[in-house]
Design a binder for this molecule. Structure first.
Ligand SMILES: Nc1ncnc2c1ncn2[C@@H]1O[C@H](COP(=O)(O)OP(=O)(O)OP(=O)(O)O)[C@@H](O)[C@H]1O
Ligand SMILES: [Mg+2]
Length: 258
């Protein structure tokens, strides 16, 4: 069965896109079939794998609006050996365009059901908002990863996301499980990073990934160069951190199925 993973946190700049892109690349390196879907109108994930921002109308926005068949919007990111469905600035129109449509929350799930069998993992990069796009991701996914920056305490945003997916599960619209919270942007030289990491350990014992993504300039450089960190600088601490996260991810997913 294909695992569909939403990477979400309404807090902006929490490393959702970095986690989505680099996890895709690390999983693809283990020969898994992987698809990345960019649900953010800013298209950061699309750009981070070298595709042009809103270059094509054939994007996930067109799919959600019913203008394109999802099969036609899949691009191959040859260097990284994974597929991508690009974002588009038209995603900003989705919440209004789908408002009160019968299948408002389920468009993505329906679209992905056409192609899911071709993949081991489908990774959904969510926008920094609890809007229709994130709701579609939560309804389409069976697993949730929350990247949590160790730069500032963004715990309220995380609780609002947890409340939302629990509500969707309770109403039967979603069936999603929290796979884990990933500490990101961790700077070991910074006391605030240490403090936030410890507070997360206390409050979310058992829900945290052991792997921590450290602050590494090479990760932001790689995003602007249009390559995942493993392809930009595979010896960097950021590349090692995301490879370790992917290993732990695979173990957690395997454990869930046993
Ligand atoms: N481990 C890291 N070390 C250094 N910089 C990082 C790291 N992870 C992400 N960044 C940079 O921090 C910024 C925010 O990261 P990213 O875009 O992944 O967050 P986001 O949660 O997707 O943001 P948004 O909410 O705007 O979509 C980007 O410039 C990114 O390149
Ligand atoms: Mg992002």
């Amino acid at each position: 069965m294909t695992d569909i993973i939403a990477i979400a946190n309404p807090k902006g700049g929490s490393a959702k896109t970095a986690t989505a892109v680099n996890l895709c690349c690390a999983l693809a390196a283990t020969r898994r079939k992987v698809l990345l879907v960019d649900l953010d109108p800013h298209c950061s994930a699309t750009v981070a794998v070298g595709f042009e921002h809103s270059a094509s109308d054939c994007s996930i926005a067109g799919v959600l609006l019913g203008e394109y068949v999802i099969d036609d919007c899949i691009k191959t990111y040859t260097q990284g050996h994974f597929d991508v469905i690009p974002g588009h600035e038209d995603l900003t129109a989705i919440p209004v365009a789908l408002y009160q449509e019968k299948d408002e929350k389920l468009r993505l799930k329906k679209a992905l059901s056409r192609i899911a069998r071709h993949y081991d993992f489908i990774i959904l990069d969510c926008p920094p908002a609890l809007n229709t796009l994130t709701v579609n991701a939560l309804c389409a996914a069976n697993l949730l990863i929350i990247p949590m920056p160790c730069e500032y305490f963004a715990i309220d945003s995380m609780f609002s996301l947890i409340a939302l997916y629990q509500e969707l599960n309770a109403s039967g619209e979603a069936s999603i499980k929290l796979l884990g919270i990933v500490r990101t942007l961790f700077d070991e030289t910074h006391p605030l990073s240490q403090q936030i990491s410890h507070e997360l350990e206390e409050q979310f014992e058992g829900m945290l990934f052991d792997s921590i993504i450290n602050y590494n300039e090479r990760i932001s450089e790689s995003a602007s160069s249009g390559r995942p960190i493993m392809l930009y600088d595979k010896s960097s601490s950021g590349a090692r951190a995301y490879l370790a996260l992917a290993g732990e991810f695979l173990k957690k997913v395997r454990d869930l199925k046993e």
